[in-house]
Every structure is written in structure tokens, then in C-alpha cells.
Design a protein around this ligand. Structure first.
Ligand code: FE
Length: 334
């Protein structure tokens, strides 16, 4: 009897706080990618995860909700978006030995307002038939007249290309960046439109020979029966800056200033940077995990290795308005 009562008490005292715990996320990342991670987190901790998937307006919503915001965490891609949330004053600094152990210094805010979770490289998709090894090795090469009429790209006002242009600006300054943009524009096979994958379709169709795209789209194309042939027509080339490495961007997370479930939110952040969650990220979206010792998916590994450019990501975020201005000045998408 006494034993039973003790057992009941123990069950209650351990089960109750866990049942009560939850964490709320605003996410720009898609359900297919986030659900496997939140499921694994709940299975491991018993903490319930509620996700609001947003397409836009996250910062405005957090600002409007203020102290009453139910959100504990925000998940997004692109350092610019992370920087935007931080600049709006709706995040709080977070740090822990687990986080600093799992996330290399280059991929988190020194003050802890944002933490990277994965990286993706912006690379060149090159026609297997029409582009030889070594024909394109740098981003600077893309402005070389030898590519005249051979390049396809999505609009440069797109966030991914603004990020790349910000990196060009970091390496070469405004004048040279403008010249580079004019050079690339002069090499275009057609007016920029569509997304990264539709450029690869254009290569497959023979309309151009190289395009810019993020690495994980290769995996997405291979998974889609309609797009497999597009993927098979190209190989991935990791260009570098003449005086640097390959342009990468991150996906990341930040804790909101209003976070009502701070402890659970920190646990979630630590979980997402853990080797277990990093392996889920690597497999689910073919991104590069960032935790030391974690490996990309075998498919991703097969694309080859690269050295990421060492520019500080926050410096890039700051250069984005100037980059966008230059893109508009040369009327790149026009
Ligand atoms: Fe994308």
C-alpha cells in the first residue's frame, strides 16, 4: 500500500511538469522540414510543440503582440531575416554551454540573439554536356564575356541573390560590384524569372549552360520525378571568391523577448543544435549540419566539399541594403 502510494506520487511528480510544458514557434520554414524535428523533440522531452507556419509578417506580428506574444522561438532561413527580427527588438540574448559547444562562433550572434542551425551554399549548376571542369571556378568568372548568352538566374532582387551580391560587395567594394552585376547581366541567356530549379530546367532544355542556385535544390529535384532529368543534366560546382571561399547562408533560430516558456524554449534550441536533430536536418532538407562532428547526408557529401567564405554573416546582413540598391541601379532584372 505504502509502496503503491509512493509509486503514484513519483509518477505524478515527474509526469505533471512534463505534461504542462510546451513551447510555441513562429516558423518561416516549412512543415515537412520542421515536423520531424518537433516530433523527435517531443518524444525525447515530453514537451509539446506548437508551430505557427507563417509566410510573411513575422516581425510585424511580434512587434504588435509585444509582451503578450505567445511565441517563444522564431525559425527562419537567411541571416537577413534573423538580423531583421533582432533589429526589431523582439528577441532576447540566450546562451548555454550546450549551444556554444554545438554552434561554431561564425554561426551565432556573439550576444546570443540568433543561433544558426544549418548552412546552405549558393553554387553554380553547370551543364554536364556543355561546361568543362574548370570552366567556372569563381563568382567573378560569371561576369567574363565567355559566358555571353549562357547564364540563367532567378531575379537578383530575390533574397538569395541579394545575399550573394552583398558578399561581392564585401570582397570588392561598390564600383567593382556594379561592374560585376553589369557583366553578369550582359551574359544572361534570358530575363531573370522563376526560381532556382527552373534555371536548371532551362539548362536541361538547352537555353543556357550555367545557373546560380542553392545546394539543397539538387536533392529536391532528384526527389521529384518530373525534375530528375533536370538534375541529371547538371553538376554542382562550388565557386569561390577570388580572395575567399564559397558563399553560404544559414537557417537559424532566435528566442523572443516575450517568451512565456523560456526553459522549454532553451531546451528546444539545444535540441535543434544536437547531433541527433542535426542529422534530421541533414536528411530532410539536404542542408549542411553545423554541429561539430555531424555529417551531411551521403547524397550531399557526394557533391564534394568546399570551404565556406569567412565573411561574418552579420556584416553581410548589414551590406544587403547597399547590395539591393546596386542591383536596382543596374536594373538587373529588367
Ligand atoms: Fe530555398
Amino acid at each position: 500500500m505504502r509502496v503503491l502510494r509512493l509509486a503514484t506520487l513519483l509518477t505524478l511528480s515527474t509526469a505533471l511538469p512534463l505534461m504542462a510544458q510546451e513551447v510555441n514557434i513562429y516558423s518561416y520554414r516549412q512543415p515537412e522540414l520542421i515536423a520531424p524535428l518537433t516530433d523527435a523533440f517531443t518524444a525525447e522531452t515530453g514537451i509539446k510543440v506548437n508551430v505557427a507556419y507563417l509566410e510573411k509578417g513575422m516581425v510585424e506580428r511580434l512587434v504588435a503582440e509585444g509582451d503578450r506574444s505567445p511565441a517563444d522561438l522564431v525559425l527562419t532561413v537567411d541571416i537577413a531575416r534573423l538580423a531583421e527580427v533582432v533589429a526589431a527588438g523582439v528577441t532576447q540574448p540566450v546562451t548555454s554551454a550546450t549551444l556554444t559547444g554545438n554552434v561554431p562562433a561564425a554561426y551565432h550572434d556573439p550576444e546570443g540573439h540568433w543561433w544558426g542551425l544549418t548552412t546552405r551554399a549558393r553554387i553554380v549548376y553547370a551543364s554536364k554536356d556543355r561546361v568543362k571542369d574548370g570552366d567556372v571556378t569563381t563568382y567573378e568568372d560569371l561576369a567574363d564575356p565567355k559566358w555571353k548568352g549562357r547564364i540563367c538566374t532567378r531575379p537578383f532582387t530575390n533574397a538569395y541573390n541579394v545575399g550573394l551580391t552583398a558578399a561581392v560587395l564585401h570582397h570588392h567594394g561598390a564600383e567593382a560590384t556594379k561592374t560585376w552585376l553589369e557583366g553578369v547581366k550582359a551574359n544572361l541567356a534570358k530575363k531573370p524569372e522563376g526560381n532556382d530549379r527552373s534555371q536548371v530546367k532551362s539548362i536541361w532544355a538547352g537555353e543556357c549552360d550555367i545557373s546560380l542556385g542553392n545546394t539543397y535544390y539538387m536533392a529536391q529535384m532528384l526527389k521529384d520525378p518530373e525534375q530528375t532529368a533536370w538534375a541529371d543534366s547538371v553538376r554542382i560546382v562550388f565557386p569561390t571568391f577570388a580572395d575567399g571561399g564559397t558563399h553560404v547562408n544559414i537557417s537559424g533560430i532566435a528566442m523572443t523577448k516575450a517568451a512565456p516558456n523560456k526553459d522549454a524554449a532553451l531546451k528546444m534550441m539545444e535540441f535543434l543544435t544536437s547531433p541527433k536533430a542535426q542529422a534530421i536536418y541533414a536528411e530532410a532538407n539536404a542542408e549542411y549540419p553545423i554541429a561539430p562532428g555531424s555529417e551531411p547526408d551521403p547524397l550531399v557529401k557526394g557533391w564534394g566539399s568546399f570551404t565556406a567564405d569567412t565573411v561574418n554573416l552579420m556584416d553581410l546582413a548589414k551590406l544587403r541594403p547597399s547590395a539591393l540598391k546596386l542591383i536596382e541601379e543596374v536594373n538587373f532584372d529588367g
